[in-house]
Design a protein around this ligand. Structure first.
Ligand SMILES: [Zn+2]
Length: 372
């Protein structure tokens, strides 16, 4: 935080009066909240108004100057801001976040909660970074389209859903394609769904030869496609439903993390018959994904968190070298690790080693086993 950052109170934060001379901000949902008081006569109203006015439009310096103009103690106000930041009720927008915000009052109102969420998750500047990010979703299905809509609503500036053919009745899902889309080109129907969530999003495909910040593969067994998929060599994430299981991951950063082939090699280690089975799974079919709405949306939401963590760069996504798997009835993600496979050699400086003389010892859980 600097004096030039612009404090924004999270939308919906309660600003309460404990008594005529004291103010409490937050503290109603398990968070500690911050109390100020007792204050001099009349000051409580001014403090409450100041807190409610923390809309990200003024710098901290300007807020403190305004407090002085209102005869408030700037030390008390400064401590209040510090307490709210520590409790996660206040985030600081950067000038870049403001510049990246829409000039339209309606769009700003639509985005307000998501701007706060982005900056809360990724720090000052996170909204601006998301606005210039590009994500391609491969598969206009019951996971891909809701995910694309969520990405656009979360501030990702360019979201393109690619597919071919016409939508079928089974594609319809909450937040995705609708029943009225049956028979329409999938790409157009998907674009409309994303636009409903975020009217200002850029839906265009990327220019030939350029890679998105992330490619999301949402077809049931797209992990078995040759990688990199369709010639792209950038980061990619699997997010799909396979039968009763929602699968998010691995998230692959080429050259830095284990790749999709690593996971296939681990599967082959566990079951030498896997390549023959995988060849059948790879055949076209079940293009829409067969999951129920709850499973598809839970998968899309879990994928959203991984995409945003990757774009924000604020935390290591849990799907790096792992899959997050969701099953009914609770649909809570459980992690299954897929570390680099020694025979893959997908990372710079590594070479497939000679065949081992015997079983190798590994630290940590065996690849492909659920953790926790
Ligand atoms: Zn690999």
């Amino acid at each position: 935080m600097t004096d030039s950052d612009r404090p924004l109170l999270l939308p919906g934060t309660p600003v309460l009066r404990v008594d005529p001379a004291s103010v409490q901000v937050g503290g109603t949902d398990g968070d500690p909240g911050v109390q100020v008081g007792p204050l001099p006569p009349g000051a409580a109203d001014a403090v409450a108004a100041l807190v409610r006015g923390l809309d990200g439009g003024r710098t901290t310096r300007a807020v403190l100057a305004g407090a002085v103009a209102d005869a408030l103690d700037p030390v008390v106000v400064g401590e209040l801001l510090t307490g709210l930041r520590a409790g996660g009720r206040l985030v600081d927008l950067s000038t870049a976040d403001l510049v990246a915000s829409s000039p339209s009052p309606a769009a700003r109102a639509r985005d307000a909660a998501d701007v706060a969420a982005a900056v809360g998750a990724g720090g000052a500047g996170a909204w601006a970074r998301r606005r210039v990010a590009a994500v391609v979703v491969d598969g206009a299905n019951r996971v891909g389209v809701p995910l694309a809509a969520l990405l656009a609503a979360s501030g990702v500036g360019r979201v393109h859903v690619r597919d071919r053919g016409a939508a079928v009745a089974a594609d319809a899902v909450v937040g995705g394609l609708s029943a009225a889309d049956e028979g329409r080109p999938r790409t157009l129907a998907a674009a409309d769904a994303v636009r409903r969530a975020a009217p200002g999003v850029d839906l265009r495909p990327l220019p030939a030869g350029s890679a998105p910040d992330l490619l999301v593969l949402t077809r049931p067994w797209s992990a078995l496609d040759p990688v990199p998929v369709h010639g792209e060599r950038g980061p990619h994430l699997v997010a799909t439903v396979r039968g009763p299981v929602g699968v998010v991951g691995p998230l692959v950063v080429p050259g830095r993390t284990a790749c999709l082939r690593c996971a296939q090699l681990h599967r082959t280690d566990a079951d030498p018959g896997w390549p023959a089975l995988a060849g059948q799974l790879h055949a076209p079919g079940d293009p829409a994904g067969a999951g129920g709405a709850a499973l598809c949306l839970a998968t899309a939401l879990t994928a959203l968190g991984q995409v945003l963590a990757h774009l924000d760069g604020s935390a290591a996504p849990a799907a790096l070298e792992a899959t997050l798997e969701l099953r009914a009835p609770d649909l809570l993600p459980r992690r299954r690790g897929w570390p680099p496979h020694p025979a893959c050699g997908c990372r710079p400086g590594t070479r497939p080693p000679p065949a081992p003389a015997g079983p190798s010892r590994r630290a940590g859980p065996r690849p492909g086993t659920l953790e926790g």
